[in-house]
Design a protein around this ligand. Structure first.
Ligand SMILES: Nc1ncnc2c1ncn2[C@@H]1O[C@H](COP(=O)(O)OP(=O)(O)O)[C@@H](O)[C@H]1O
Ligand SMILES: [Mg+2]
Length: 158
């Protein structure tokens, strides 16, 4: 994300725990979650900066992604997690995107057994917090896919 952040002349600060932490999780999902939050932070921030702070307690790792961007009204904070939801849905909307980022983010966080929260002051900035278990366990209702069920190409053609 750093080139995008530099292009906007925003400051970028990352605070990490003093000791290394090993997450037992799905690397691709964690990466996608953070990319979604950071790309929003860059998109909706024109001045100031972006902060990522990572902290741990016994069982969880917490990521706070904070920006000094346009902020979100309290009345919109619930709905932004819905599919295709963007705060300004006008045709002349300044910002691109599909409105799917947060709904995907929330599903990914759910899949890892975590939580995600948003706090914002309209016109001042936003903080998105993701709390992930240090050891994610697959949910019992989410069994691994059985790939044997896919018919071989020859059988499919018949
Ligand atoms: N950091 C942010 N600051 C202000 N508004 C935000 C921020 N992140 C998301 N939003 C609002 O929430 C909406 C939904 O975000 P998202 O699901 O990622 O969709 P998209 O980025 O495609 O518009 C955005 O359209 C925007 O209105
Ligand atoms: Mg987005």
């Amino acid at each position: 994300m750093e080139p995008l952040i530099k292009k906007r002349s925003l400051t970028f600060t990352v605070e990490m725990p003093s000791k290394d932490v090993t997450l037992h999780t799905d690397r691709t999902k964690v990466k996608q979650i953070l990319l979604n939050l950071l790309s929003n932070a860059v998109k909706f921030t024109h001045h100031g900066g972006i902060w990522v702070s990572v902290s741990r307690d016994e069982e969880d790792l917490r990521f706070d992604v904070r920006d000094t961007g346009i902020g979100i009204r309290a009345s919109d904070l619930e709905s932004i997690w819905e599919d295709f939801r963007q705060v300004d849905q006008s045709r002349t909307r300044e910002f691109g995107g599909t409105g799917l980022g947060f709904s995907i983010t929330r599903k990914l966080v759910d899949a890892l057994g975590g939580h995600v929260f948003a706090e914002s002051v309209f016109g001042k900035g936003s903080t998105f917090t993701v709390v992930l278990p240090i050891r994610s366990v697959a949910r019992p209702d989410d069994p691994p896919r059985v790939i044997d069920e896919v018919p071989p190409p020859s059988a499919a053609r018949r």
